[in-house]
Ligand binder design. Structure first.
Ligand SMILES: Nc1nc2c([nH]c(=O)n2[C@H]2C[C@H](O)[C@@H](COP(=O)(O)OP(=O)(O)OP(=O)(O)O)O2)c(=O)[nH]1
Length: 127
């Protein structure tokens, strides 16, 4: 089964989200940094690689957050808490925009559908 890992990066009580630029049906929607775990790659290594590619930032990965969320095509979305390494300042390398979200910003955001399931768990990280 294909696992897509996502990083719930929290800094100063805010969660980092990124806005997709592609494909057309997902463009403009918001998600957590991450992507597909490659064969022979650990989930933590995949998260670190994806954050380096997408954010140009190094992270440290912590505990699992929330349930596995089924994705179309038999994939599953699995989230881990993460923090930016010291002095890392993320930038949108492949994405349209980045945003730091406070608790009140989670519900109104135009998330990818699977991510909406995780809103209560993401909100709990910000308390
Ligand atoms: N990264 C990420 N992907 C998500 C989230 N929610 C969600 O439904 N997805 C979906 C969108 C995509 O169908 C899939 C991940 O695709 P991706 O394009 O980010 O990952 P990738 O670079 O490894 O993909 P690929 O080029 O190998 O196809 O998971 C999320 O919060 N973060």
């Amino acid at each position: 089964m294909t696992t897509v890992v996502g990083a719930a990066i929290v800094r100063d009580g805010k969660l980092l989200a990124q806005q997709r630029a592609w494909p057309s049906d997902a463009a403009g929607k918001w998600e957590l940094p991450g992507g597909r775990v490659e064969p022979d790659e650990s989930e933590v290594d995949a998260l670190r690689r994806e954050c380096a590619e997408e954010l140009d930032a190094a992270i440290s990965v912590g505990e699992r957050v929330g349930p596995d969320v089924p994705l179309p095509g038999g994939k599953v979305l699995r989230i881990y808490a993460a923090v930016l390494d010291a002095a890392a300042e993320p930038r949108a390398v492949e994405h349209r925009d980045l945003r730091w979200l406070g608790p009140a910003d989670l519900e109104p955001l135009d998330w990818l559908p699977a991510d909406r399931v995780l809103i209560p768990d993401l909100a709990a990280l910000l308390q």
